[in-house]
Design a protein around this ligand. Structure first.
Ligand code: ADP
Length: 297
C-alpha cells in the first residue's frame, strides 16, 4: 500500500478576457471549482487506479475542507489521518481568453502541517510499501516523513515540486526523484536542454545518493536513470486539452506501477499512458475513471 503525505487545495478558476491589471476591476465570464493540491491529486490518481492509499495532510475547518475529504473518500483514498485546521488552501486562477493564466496560491492549512503531526503517523508510514511526497507542505514536515520512512525501510518517491532546493540529507534517502526540467535545473544548477545535459544532471543526483531519477519532459515524454540503466520514454500521442495535473497523474501512476512490482521502465510506460489520458481531460485533478485499464502492464 501507498501513503501520501502532502497538500490539498481547492482550485478556483475564473475565465477572464485578459489577466487583471493593477487597480483594475474585471468581470469574469465563467467560474469553476476543481479539487487540487499536488498531494491530493497524486493520492486520487493512485486511488482511482485501484491502489490502497492513505493520505496524511490538512484541510481547513470549513466547507471546502469537508468537500475535499468527501472527494478523497469517493476516489478511494483513506482519510483517517486527515486533520481539519485553519482555512483550506486555495489556488485562485485567472484563465485568459489567450490561454495565459495567473495564479495566487494561498497555502492555508497546508502550511500548518507540523513534524509532530507526521510523527503521530509513524505506524501508518512504517506499515506502507511506498511513501509519496511533494513540496507543498513545510520542509520540516517533509523531512520528518522521509526520516521515518528511511528508518523503517519504506521506499520514498519524492516529486520535488514546486521547485526548490533540497538538502543532501533528504536527497540521500530518496529512492526515486521525479523532477520536471525546471525542477531538475534548480536542484542541480545545471542545464537540462539536451539528452547529454539530462545525463549529467541525473548523474549528479545519483552521486548524492538518490536511487533513481525520472525527469518528466511534458509532450517529450520522460528521461530516466538509475545505477544500471538510463533512457528516454516517448510520451503517448494525444490531443492535449489541459495539461494541468499531468505531472501529478504521472507520479501517482508511477507509484502504483512500482508497487505492483513492475520495473522502473515499465512503470514509466504505465505512468505515461495514464498522464497522456489525463491531459485530454479538463481540470487539475486527474479525472481517471475507476475502471481505467492499461493494456501494457
Ligand atoms: P509537470 O506538469 O509536473 O510539469 P510534465 O509537463 O512533464 O509535468 O508532464 C508529466 C508527464 O505527462 C509527461 O512525462 C508525459 O508523460 C505526460 N504529458 C504531459 N504533457 C503531455 C502531452 N501534451 N501529451 C502526452 N503526454 C503528456
Amino acid at each position: 500500500n501507498i501513503i501520501v503525505v502532502g497538500s490539498t487545495n481547492m482550485d478556483l478558476v475564473y475565465l477572464v478576457p485578459h489577466i487583471v491589471k493593477a487597480g483594475e476591476t474585471l468581470h469574469s465570464t465563467k467560474h469553476e471549482l476543481f479539487f487540487g493540491g499536488k498531494g491530493a491529486n497524486q493520492a486520487v490518481t493512485a486511488g482511482q487506479l485501484g491502489a490502497n492509499v492513505d493520505f496524511v495532510g490538512n484541510v481547513g475547518a470549513d466547507d471546502f475542507g469537508e468537500q475535499i475529504i468527501q472527494n478523497l473518500q469517493d476516489k478511494g483514498v483513506n482519510t483517517a489521518a486527515v486533520q481539519r485546521v485553519g482555512m483550506t488552501g486555495q489556488a485562485i486562477i485567472q484563465l485568459a481568453d489567450s490561454g495565459e493564466n495567473s495564479i495566487v496560491l494561498f497555502p492555508g492549512a497546508n502550511f500548518l502541517v507540523t513534524p509532530e503531526q507526521i510523527e503521530e503517523n509513524t505506524e501508518r508510514i512504517a506499515s506502507s510499501d511506498v511513501l509519496l511526497l511533494q513540496l507543498e507542505i513545510p520542509m520540516p514536515a517533509v523531512e520528518t516523513a522521509a526520516n521515518i520512512a528511511s528508518q523503517k525501510n519504506v521506499k520514498i518517491i519524492l516529486n520535488p515540486a514546486p521547485a526548490q532546493q533540497i538538502s543532501d540529507s533528504l536527497l540521500s534517502k530518496v529512492s526515486i526523484l521525479t523532477p520536471n526540467e525546471t525542477e531538475l535545473a534548480i536542484l542541480t544548477g545545471l542545464k537540462t536542454e539536451t539528452e547529454e545535459d539530462l545525463f549529467q544532471a541525473c548523474s549528479l543526483l545519483l552521486q548524492k545518493g538518490v536511487g533513481a531519477v525520472v525527469v518528466t519532459l511534458g509532450a517529450k515524454g520522460a528521461y530516466y536513470m538509475n545505477h544500471y540503466e538510463h533512457g528516454h520514454v516517448q510520451a503517448n500521442k494525444v490531443i492535449a486539452k489541459d495539461t494541468t495535473g499531468a505531472g501529478d497523474a504521472f507520479n501517482g501512476a508511477l507509484t502504483v506501477g512500482l508497487c505492483q512490482g513492475n520495473s522502473l521502465k515499465d512503470s514509466i510506460l504505465y505512468a505515461s499512458t495514464v498522464s497522456a489520458y489525463v491531459v485530454t481531460q479538463m481540470g487539475a485533478q486527474p479525472s481517471i475513471p475507476s475502471s481505467f485499464h492499461v493494456n501494457n502492464i
